[in-house]
Design a protein around this ligand. Structure first.
Ligand code: CUA
Length: 261
């Protein structure tokens, strides 16, 4: 018969061996299979801008910024054989990032940056998805990461392609809407979202929360942009913040809205 002391010692030895085996396997996975351990970095400021930074032809730093409801950058290309240090931040609520076909799984937590290293050996298109429910657009929150043969990568037109001509007004207004986060809540393709869609808004008859009906003319749109709480469209919540826009920008936005038929 084993004494209680012997039994206890055995249990302790077994659990220590078990824990060490787990750590050993994790270390092996990191070194042998280049699996990056996700790390939450609280000492660096969350990134506001998504970008790919090349440190060498085979080493990249990739800053993903998650926001309702997209990842920036949405389309990234790196050459096969490269090691990519992925940093994930969020500009609004908590999001998740899973890179399908890899072990990469990170959380985008407000105020922190999450990090993992991934090595991409073979050309392939990976899809990344948000796996944390983050609102009505959660299921469309996706992006692509393309791993291409090094020769194909070098043949790419070198980024950033400088615009050869001044951007057309329509482009700059839609960029302005994006920069001011308008498109987070207002679609331009007719999709339901937090706010009414901007598609076909000019001249549209809207039923308001107070029971009245208005026609979205210049005066109404101007008011709806500069003082969003003045009138609320029926069925929506008055959650839009007052945007910081110059009068000229408001004029341009109204002209742009007229084109969204
Ligand atoms: Cu972001 Cu779900």
């Amino acid at each position: 018969m084993m004494s209680v002391g012997q039994l206890e010692r055995r249990i302790i030895i077994i659990s220590v061996v078990f824990a060490m085996t787990l750590f050993g396997l994790a270390a092996l996975a990191v070194n042998l299979y280049h699996v990056g351990l996700p790390t939450c970095l609280t000492d660096i400021k969350p990134f506001q801008k998504g970008e790919l930074i090349a440190h060498s032809p085979t080493h990249y730093e990739l800053h993903y910024v998650a926001r309702m409801w997209k990842f920036e950058p949405e389309d990234v290309t790196v050459p096969a054989g490269s090691t990519v240090d992925i940093y994930l931040s969020t500009r609004d609520v908590t999001h998740g990032l899973i890179l399908l076909g890899t072990d990469l799984n990170l959380m985008a937590v407000p105020g922190a940056v999450n990090y993992a290293r991934v090595k991409f050996d073979q050309p392939r298109v990976y899809q990344l998805l948000c796996h944390e429910f983050c609102g009505t657009g959660h299921d469309r929150m996706a992006a692509n990461l393309r791993v291409v043969a090094p020769a194909a990568f070098r043949a790419q037109p070198s980024e950033p392609t400088a615009p050869k001509t001044a951007p057309k007004p329509v482009d700059s207004v839609s960029q302005l809407l994006d920069a001011k986060d308008c498109l987070t809540c207002h679609s331009i393709d007719g999709q339901e979202s937090i706010g009414p869609t901007l598609k076909g808004i000019y001249g549209r008859k809207e039923k308001m929360a107070d029971g009245s009906t208005i026609t979205a003319d210049d005066a109404y749109l101007r008011e709806a942009i500069v003082d969003p709480d003045a009138k609320i469209v029926n069925g929506f919540d008055g959650v839009m913040p007052k945007p910081e826009l110059t009068k000229k920008e408001v004029d341009e936005i109204i002209e742009y809205l007229k084109t969204l038929k």
